[in-house]
Design a protein around this ligand. Sequence first.
Ligand code: SAJ
Length: 515
Amino acid sequence: MNTIKTTDINDTASEKLSKLIEERGPIKTIGVIGMGYVGIPSAALFADVPTIDRVYGFQRDSSTSGYKIEMLNNGESPLKGEEPGLEDLIKKVVSENKFICTPDFSKIADCDAVTLAIQTPFENPKDLIPNFTPLIEGLRNVGRYLTPGTLVVLESTITPGTTTGMAREILEEESGLIAGEDFALAHAPERVMVGRLLKNIREHDRIIGGIGGIDSPSTHRTAELYRPVLTKGTLIPMDSTAAEITKTAENTFRDLQIAAANQLALYCEAMGVNFYDVRKGIDSLKGEGITRAILWPGAGVGGHCLTKDTYHLELGLQTITNNDPKTQEKVNKKISTRPKSDSLDFPTGEPSLYVVARHINDFMPQHMLTLTKSGLARVGKTLRGSKVAILGWAFINNSDDARNTPSEVYYHLCLKEGAKVVVHDPHVLSYPGVTISHSLEEVLSGADVITILTGHHDYFQLQPETVKELLISSEGSYPVIVDGRNVVDPICWIEEGFVYKGVGKGDLNNHPLQK
Ligand code: SAJ
């Protein structure tokens, strides 16, 4: 994959593209590829712009997701979980005939702008090689029907260098047109979060990065596309590679901040101190230029973003700085945790701070297992034959989204130790290979351990005395509660005769057992 530099697009090419865009006139018809958590709210918001005539939502009519086409054209949202305002907006734009969902990609030829909001997962977390197959298929579909003067925008989070590299190559190959000359190309990364999809698109600032740089026709056309959907957010223009790095880095930094909190929590446990007292102390240092954004430790980091964007950034470094096929091969084989790059000045042999942070956050379900085992050991039990009640399967609070959930890692660790594991979640309907119960009573009944893995609102209502009635109740037995999200008040549970363990709770994790 050859990436081109911003400066590689000469003025003649830019002038030609500006002219093509001018002849085409204002953006009237938009295509959105990928009807998921990013594509659906984006398409609905575009369709609700008064100056836009039509938005096509492109969705393959596949056995797994073809059902979305009919649902969307009936004005229904196929996205599970609470998404304030989304269902009504879809109903509105469908009834106004401004939004149509279709598997017919030839309609791309009618579009002035096409956005791609397609997942960019890693094949499996262990080999850290991105699976761009869905994105490549999407790009080929766009390239096949691309017409001069069209704007193509990648919204997916991608490895830095992808827009000016793989994406440009595929679009040029399929269309026979030249990026930055015959068509506009940009990266405008999504910043959505489940539970507030519309709000985030409207209110967060929008990074827009066109090939050719901050003042290129591609960046200007992208500004024209997104400006109307922003209510509070503003546009932040830059070049496409800077935009790719911005997105992958902002999630990498969040992951790093969480890892810093997790490591400090582990230290506090080891030193018999309460992380939350320390956090309150650190957070109290306020004032000009003093930022102390201490995030929260917990049972792990899940989701579709923080678990992979660090690796996109690391791969981007190696792809862009070792831009020769040989290194590309090496890169494809395995991402090294030691940044290797011709132009990077970095302490020799030192691992990437970002990758270490990933490893610390990936370790937290293992730490939850350690707390579980030491909790049981306090009452002479082991995991073998014990019943573990997992509370929370979703990766984030009050959501049904269980992508890359840390709960699954903990679940398998307990099974491997010979425990009987049951799972409760108020929002997650089902999950491949795991029975998700919606009955707390059923899950808690006869359990030896309760492990809180997701901070769902429901769990803050749990009362130790009522819960205790449901649990294992042989004489003198102490049920164990392991809190991975700082949900319960430890004292209440300890007084009710529980063995308590909590992430970061070094001052309480070896509390005297209540007589
Ligand atoms: N978590 C902690 N401690 C914290 C915050 C989160 O352990 O202090 C855990 C959560 O429990 C969850 C995981 O991290 O398992 C991710 O949580 P999140 O709140 O980061 O949720 P995401 O991944 O859906 O959202 C992130 C956000 N990125 C940033 O804030 C930089 C969001 O703005 C992005 O739009 C989203 O990634 C994305 O799509 O990239």
